[in-house]
Write a protein that binds this ligand. Structure first.
Ligand code: ZN
Ligand code: FE
Ligand code: FE
Ligand code: ZN
Length: 264
């Protein structure tokens, strides 16, 4: 069992220390896990969405220490990071990502014009959008993020469905465009069971989206996006079933920012 998206209490909105997450993973039978805490956001963004800048070196050192100490003892521990796509800040991001020996960098779109559309406290913002326009804008940002070359994996790629503000029929043409952009940019798509814990009650992305990725030859990763130790490995069997239903026979794990295939 592989879980490539796990947070710790450093991010300000998760519970549990790194050691508690590793113990929970071992108990759950996880063989490989990537810690992917939220990269510090620039000044001006609210606190509590990410670790602070001063914690980043401590985070990296702690994950690397645990990875070293556990070498050979499951779970294998990888050093990842979840980074927000913030247009205009690419140069900053290149600098900070290059300063640490990350195994994997997840790219996420959590903000549309600085509105954290996935924050349950900020759902009033949906009233300012018509759903079709919002989805087009969200996926345009996802495509820009993927095409930036900064990220290995696009995390929870249809997060915009989280609170069930969604078009009546799935935008298959849009999915096809996004999948083509992923293929061109050589990024993987994340199959995330976090959506099962949210109002949308669905894996991110939908089966139709995942099929579009498969048709374009886009590689896939899996993750729980755990924010509590008991969420490590959360319903990953269902992620595997969805991958098979979409035609996948393998997933990838990034080590040293290079994808390695694992049979499903
Ligand atoms: Zn988080
Ligand atoms: Fe996220
Ligand atoms: Fe996350
Ligand atoms: Zn996340």
């Amino acid at each position: 069992m592989i879980d490539c998206h796990v947070h710790t209490d450093r991010c300000g909105h998760a519970e549990g220390s790194l050691d508690e997450f590793v113990s929970a993973a071992a108990r759950a039978g996880v063989t490989t896990m990537a810690f992917t805490d939220h990269l510090p956001l620039p000044e001006g963004y609210p606190e509590g969405y990410s670790m602070t800048a001063s914690e980043l070196p401590l985070y990296a050192a702690e994950v690397l220490r645990v990875a070293r100490e556990r070498a050979g003892d499951p779970p294998e521990v990888l050093l990842g990071i979840e980074a927000d796509w913030l247009p205009g800040r690419e140069a900053e991001l290149i600098g900070v990502l290059g300063a640490y020996p990350f195994d994997v960098v997840l790219g996420s779109v959590h903000f549309i014009d600085e509105w954290a559309f996935d924050d349950p406290e900020l759902t009033d913002g949906y009233a300012h959008w018509d759903v079709t326009g919002l989805w087009e804008r969200y996926f345009a940002d996802v495509v820009m993020a993927a095409s930036s070359g900064l990220f290995d994996v696009m995390a929870h790629p249809d997060l915009v469905k989280k609170f069930c503000f969604r078009p009546e029929t799935e935008p298959l043409d849009l999915y096809a465009e996004v999948a083509q952009a992923f293929a061109r940019a050589d990024v993987a798509v994340e199959v995330s069971t976090a959506g099962l814990r949210k109002p949308c009650a669905e894996i991110y992305p939908s089966l139709a989206f995942l099929k579009a990725c498969r048709a374009q030859g886009v590689a896939a990763t899996v993750g729980s996006d755990a924010h509590r130790p008991d969420e490590v490995g959360f319903r990953l069997g269902e992620a595997r079933e969805m991958l098979r239903a979409a035609g996948y026979e393998s997933i990838v794990v990034y080590r040293g920012r290079r994808p390695e295939e694992h049979a499903l």
